[in-house]
Design a protein around this ligand. Sequence first.
Ligand code: GDP
Ligand code: IMO
Ligand code: MG
Length: 420
Amino acid sequence: MVNVVLGGFYGDEGKGKIIDYLAADADITVRYSGGNNAGHTIIVDGVKFAFHLIPSGILNKGTKAVIGNGVVVDPKVLIEEMKVVEENGYSVENLCISNKAHLIMPYHIAMDRLLEELRGNGKIGTTVRGIGPTYCDKYERSGIRVGDLLSAKFEDKVRENVARKNDIFRLYGREEFDAEEIIKEYKGYAEILKPYIMDTVILLHNAISENKKIVCEGAQATLLDIDHGSYPFVTSSSPCVGGVCTGTGIGAKYLNEVYGVVKAYSSRVGEGPYITEQKNEIGDTIRELGHEYGTTTKRPRRCGWLDAVALRYAVMINGLTGIAINHLDTIGKLDKIKLCVAYNYKGDVNMDFSTDQEYIDECEPVYEEFDGNFGDISNVKSRKDLPENAKKYLDRIEELAGAPIKFIGTGAGRENMIVE
Ligand code: GDP
Ligand code: IMO
Ligand code: MG
C-alpha cells in the first residue's frame, strides 16, 4: 500500500501534520522531491518540530524515514536536523538516504543568491538554499550525488565543478570557492552519513513486495511544480504526483491514495500570481490568526481566500483521491468567509484554471460568502458534529473540488484532526 501526501496550492498547507498522522501505522515515509526549501511543522505534546529534509515519519518509532533519489540534500542541514531529533529523545536509526539523491554544494547556494540578484525586479523569491542550481547541475549531468561521498572519484568531481563555477563567480566579481576546503568539509559529513546511505529503490520495493505501508511525503506543492505550476515562479522539482515515481523509483501501478493538502484559506511565499490574495486587513488578519510566517525563511506569507478553481486543478493534475483541509479552526474565527468558486475572464465565468500569468492577470475571482464564527472546534472528532456554518463551507468546497474531504485540521496539534 503506497499513499501519497502532497501540497494542493503554493506550499505550507500543513502536509507535515497529515504525514505525521499517517506515519502512525506506516512502515516507511519517503520524501520524493525538493530539499531544505521545505519546512514541515509537527507539534507533538506541545513540542514543535520543523523538518526540512528528514521525512516527518521519523518521530514514529517503527517507521523508516527515507530520503528518496528525487531529493536534493544539503548534508550540513541534514546533520543539524538529525541532532535536533536526537536531542528531543527520538532516534535517527531509521533514516535512509538514497545514494542517487543529489548534493547541495556551497557553490549552489552562492549561485542561487547570484541569480536572484541578477533577476532584479523579476526575482522569484527563492529560499536561497541552492535548490534550483543543484537541480540544474543534475539535469546538466555534472551533479554530485550522495553516493559519490563514499567514492574515490568524489575529490575530482568537486575540483572539476568548483573550477567551472569559479569561472562564473569570477566573471561577476564574486568570491571564489576553494575545492580543497569543500572536500575536507564534505568528507567530514560523509563519515557521519555513511551508515544511512543506500540504494533506497531496493528498500522500497522489498517493502512493497512484503505488503508494507509506505507514505510518500510531498514537499512544496502543485502550483510550485516546475511543469504544472506558475512558471517561472516555481521551484525546480516536481512536487506533483509524477514526482513520486521519478523521485522514489516506485511505479505508478503501486500508488493507492493520493491526498492533496490545502488550508481553509490560502497562502503563498515568494513572488508570482495569486488571484485570491488579500493585500488588505483581511490578509493581515489571516496571517496573524494562522501564524503565517515561513517555517524555513521566516518570511511573512501572503494570505488570501481559498481558491476552489485552483483546488479543482490540483485534483485533476494529481488524480487526488482525497483532500485534507487544515486550519478550519483559524478560518472559523472570522465573521465572514469567502470562497473563490470561479474566475471571470473578460465576462466569461468559468472554472478553467491556468498558470498563464497574462490570463490570470485578466481574471477576476468570483466569490461566494459563508458565515464563520465556528467557535472552538479543536476537539471535534467527526465532520457531522461540526457547527452548521463549518459544514456548509466544507460541503461547498468538496462539491467544487470534485474529490472527497478525508482529513480536517482543527488545530496545530497532532490530535486536532477529524479523519473521515
Ligand atoms: P507544510 O510545509 O505543508 O508541512 O506546512 P507548514 O508546516 O510550513 O505550515 C503549516 C502551519 O500550520 C504549521 O505552523 C502547522 O503547525 C500549522 N497547522 C497545520 N494544520 C493546522 C490546523 O488544522 N490548525 C492550525 N491552527 N494550525 C495548523
Ligand atoms: P513546503 O514543503 C512554500 C517557494 C519559494 C519561492 C519558490 C522557489 O514547506 O510547502 P526555491 O528555493 O524552491 O527555488 O524557491 O518556491 N517555496 C516554497 N513555498 N513552501 C515550501 O515548501 C516552499 N519551497 C519553495 O518561496 O517562491
Ligand atoms: Mg512549509
